[in-house]
Design a protein around this ligand. Structure first.
Ligand SMILES: CC(=O)SCCNC(=O)CCNC(=O)[C@H](O)C(C)(C)COP(=O)(O)OP(=O)(O)OC[C@H]1O[C@@H](n2cnc3c(N)ncnc32)[C@H](O)[C@@H]1OP(=O)(O)O
Ligand SMILES: O=C([O-])CC(=O)C(=O)O
Length: 379
């Protein structure tokens, strides 16, 4: 027996300092560079927030224009990679496809092993720009469709929707999707960012950090929860069945997807922004049955679990927004990666400026004073 305290799940463990993102979980506050997430969502864009986090300050108009032009110039991916994406088996998990494609992308980047601050920024720009092209190509290839070449006259959000559907989105659709991206760009030392930093701390390359992070994001306890929420909504089917479904799950001590958070013990502010947009769409176009089911689940969860600090998280409402945009649920988690790549790059670049190998420890609770027994002598 040991008396050493173990921080299970590394809860509350501080391993670095950051100037990028602050979270107050008890009051449901999230800021980037000290600015509340609501202000970023209302006033900014994915491009601006990405640059702000990468450079540590609000950019000037000229800086933002240069960054935007660099993103646009880097949207295309090598043809060999597009051909390879077409050869992936059908019906695979798109996050597996994305993990593979990002790893493959790294093979074409001549700077991939460079570590100077300038090279890191160049690679970050390419990874942010090209993640979008890869996800759209995977989506189309899985449906047996040809990839759509990126355009340089659309925003990052608008171009992604265009490449997905081969149809120019309305300004309203682009704006809604851009806000969703802004909300997902960064979130402190979440599991995927921590994974990216752990890989980077060995002085590995940036593509390896992104591949590691994509693997971590895929799981249903993290980014994969947005798709799991949609699976749950499809299983529930109609709003009148929602309360009984959730009650039965909670009685059986099962987890409800899209609620609960390691840090937030109150509403995740991003879920409030997404709920407001989902409500806005519902008001204009009539409540989708998904939105109606979510309303019942939210109420039931708050009645039953708010005393434990369990509230909706960012993954709760994001799926309805994406599904209103006509995006298939298997692509919700890749879209999370599409936004979070900027946060991964910014956090890794910040950590690398004062790198120390990440190497936690475990309390040993196995056998002691044991000796090797030859296989023929074992019982
Ligand atoms: C982008 C993101 O990554 S946001 C998170 C996305 N993930 C999800 O939505 C998956 C569902 N949620 C969860 O599994 C959890 O809330 C997590 C993994 C996010 C956080 O978990 P932890 O911080 O480890 O909380 P932990 O599992 O210790 O739960 C504390 C208590 O709340 C309960 N609880 C936590 N989440 C849930 C949930 N989603 N549904 C029901 N009960 C829950 C636990 O059962 C536990 O109850 P107990 O004290 O009676 O045993
Ligand atoms: O912070 C976390 O643990 C998970 C999360 O909400 C995110 O990564 O956006």
């Amino acid at each position: 027996m040991t008396t050493t305290a173990i921080a299970k799940g590394l809860e509350g463990v501080l391993f670095t300092e950051t100037k990028l993102t602050f979270i107050n979980g008890t009051e449901g506050i999230l800021t980037h560079l000290g600015i509340p997430i609501q202000e970023w969502a209302e006033n900014s864009t994915f491009e601006e927030l990405s640059l702000a986090l990468l450079s540590g300050k609000l950019p000037t108009t000229a800086e933002l224009e240069t960054f935007d032009a660099r993103l646009k110039a880097n949207r295309a991916v090598p043809q060999e990679l597009l051909e390879s994406i077409k050869s992936y088996p059908k019906g695979i998990n798109p996050m597996q496809a994305l993990r593979t494609a990002v790893s493959h992308l790294g093979l074409f980047d001549k700077q991939s092993e460079e570590t100077s601050a300038e090279a890191r920024m160049e690679i970050s720009v390419r990874m942010i720009a090209q993640m979008s092209t890869l996800i759209a190509a995977i989506n189309r290839a899985q449906q047996g469709l040809e990839p759509v070449a990126p355009r340089t006259d659309l925003t990052h959000a608008g171009n992604f929707l265009y490449m997905l559907k081969n149809e120019e989105p309305t300004p309203e659709q682009s704006k809604l999707f851009d806000i969703a991206l802004v909300l997902h760009v960064d979130h402190g030392m979440n599991a995927s960012t921590f994974t990216a930093i752990a890989t980077a701390s060995t002085l590995s390359d940036q593509y390896s950090t992104a591949v590691s992070a994509i693997g971590a994001l895929k799981g249903p306890l993290h980014g994969g929860a947005n798709e799991a929420v949609m699976d749950m909504l499809d299983e529930i089917g109609t709003p009148d069945r929602a309360a009984a479904f959730i009650t039965a799950k909670l009685d059986a001590k099962e987890k409800i997807m899209g609620v609960g958070h390691r840090v937030y013990k109150y509403f995740d502010p991003r879920s409030r922004v997404l709920r407001d947009y989902a409500a806005h769409v519902a008001e204009k176009e009539g409540k989708s049955h998904y939105y109606q089911i979510l309303e019942v689940i939210e109420k039931t969860v708050i009645d039953r679990l708010s005393s434990k600090g369990i509230y909706p998280n960012v993954d709760f409402y994001s799926g309805t927004v994406y599904s209103d945009l006509g995006i298939a649920k298997e692509y919700f988690t890749p879209i999370f990666a599409l936004a979070r790549i900027a946060g991964w790059c910014a956090s890794v670049n910040e950590y690398e400026r004062d790198n120390r190998l990440l190497r936690p420890d475990a309390v040993y609770s196995g056998a002691v004073d044991a000796h090797y027994v030859k296989i023929e002598d074992r019982k």
